[in-house]
Design a protein around this ligand. Structure first.
Ligand code: AMP
Ligand code: MG
Length: 402
């Protein structure tokens, strides 16, 4: 049995990053940048007014009220490109270029126009530099604005657009085939008969895989027969980077997933992890290079093991800088029990308290099959192996679930 950390290490080592592709900007939300993004212009590209008002020389407004002659107007997209001289002012709008010779912008609320708009009276003095954002003060040309390995979020779409990235070089999305095994399983649109249950894992797994950036397909439900499973895995391997099965990895007579993988000459990297829930998790590679995770069938084990291991592989495939779930520290709100020889990942909800500390509320749940209770989970509390219990108030490691 290997530790969770060792298992994650093996996943990272054995998973290869996919190639890159150029994608239209509007299709890149959630994709991972394959190259640094470089500014092709200064930001702002010119000295920019931050307020509606008057561009002036601060020296001309030392004594107030000061009267200045309005010599022009600078609007966004249509600037006034002359030299501002002593005693002059230019009417200016937010976002417009500040004319040469002006060194400050007084906001319109502190001014009055006189004589049919040919003169402006400024009621207060103005500091040099007021309401002007200098050219290049935010970003200078050639600067790296986003790093390769970053997952593109909504705000980054604006950054890419601002620097002319109509197409973006990103890593390819992995394709994941999802395969539920178990002779008891029927599909969602059927009423389970005697001894049957509906397959639910296929849906959580494909949702988690999509949250991890993958495209997915669900294979037909497969009975606990080695040859059937072999056929489905071989079929799925033709068109996927990763196959995720659930069920059939325990020690029972009908647990045939490993037998099928062996028949297909898969190389098995690990098949037991010191983890609760999720001990019998399998990680393997088929001769054609497709990676396989054989997750235990219990729906809660599926969520935990998918997000610790399969998600990490999917993020490595996409070249992300930090492929693992980020570990944070929280105050434990209720005591939890650990397990001999195994690290526990227990369902919890995260909130903050009045001291702005992160607090983890472990959820009461009926074990690794209690997926209805698990649906309220937002994070997992980590209890190290061989720790008998952690008391309320102690600090614990947590990972947020996607
Ligand atoms: P197994 O790992 O095959 O021993 O399955 C463990 C438990 O998970 C059993 O109670 C199964 O019926 C259940 N289970 C297995 N596969 C699924 C699935 N696709 N959806 C819901 N429950 C499942
Ligand atoms: Mg089974």
């Amino acid at each position: 049995m290997i530790s969770v950390a060792e298992a994650i290490q093996i996943v990272r080592q054995q998973t290869q990053t996919l190639s890159t592709e150029r994608v239209e900007l509007e299709k890149t939300l959630g994709r991972v940048l394959a190259a640094d993004v470089i500014a092709d212009t200064d930001l702002p590209p010119f000295d920019r007014a931050q307020m509606d008002g008057y561009a002036v020389r601060a020296n001309d407004v030392k004594e107030t009220p000061a009267r200045l002659r309005i010599v022009g107007e600078s609007a966004a997209g249509r600037g006034w490109h002359h030299q501002l001289e002593e005693g002059q002012a230019v009417r200016i709008m937010t976002g417009a270029p500040v004319p040469a010779g002006a060194d400050s912008v007084q906001q319109v609320e502190l001014t009055t126009e006189l004589k049919d708009g040919t003169v402006v009276e400024l009621l207060e003095t103005v500091e040099t530099g007021k309401s002007i954002v200098k050219r290049g003060s935010e970003i200078t040309t050639g600067e790296i604005v986003l790093r390769a390995g970053t997952t593109i979020n909504a705000a980054m779409m604006a950054v890419l657009a601002a620097f002319g990235y109509a197409q973006v070089e990103v890593f390819q999305r992995p394709h994941v085939a999802i395969l539920a095994t178990g002779s008891e399983l029927v599909s969602v649109d059927q009423k389970p008969g005697q001894d049957q249950i509906r397959d639910s894992n296929n849906y959580s797994i494909s949702a988690y895989a999509e949250l991890a950036g993958a495209s997915t397909e669900r294979m037909p439900l497969t009975r606990d027969e080695t040859s059937l499973l072999e056929t489905q895995i071989a079929e799925a391997a033709k068109r996927s980077d990763l196959i995720v099965t659930s069920g059939g990895v325990s020690m029972g007579v009908y647990d045939v997933t490993k037998a099928a993988l062996k028949e297909l000459d898969a190389h098995i990297f690990f098949e037991r992890v010191a983890l609760r829930p999720g001990k019998p998790t399998v990680f393997a590679r088929l001769p054609n290079g497709t990676l396989v995770f054989g997750l235990p069938g219990n729906p809660v084990s599926v969520s935990v093991t998918f997000n610790l291991f399969a998600r990490t592989a999917l993020r490595v495939m996409q070249g992300t800088a930090e492929p693992e779930l980020k570990r944070e520290t929280a105050v434990l709100a209720r005591s939890v029990k650990g397990t001999v020889d195994r690290e526990s990942y227990l369902p919890a909800q995260l909130t903050t308290n009045d001291d702005a500390e992160l607090v983890a509320f472990p959820l009461k749940w009926g074990g690794s099959s209690d997926f209805v209770a698990f649906a309220l989970t937002t994070a997992l509390v980590i209890v190290p192996a061989n720790v008998r219990a952690i008391e309320a108030g102690a600090l614990v490691g947590v990972v947020r679930l996607p």
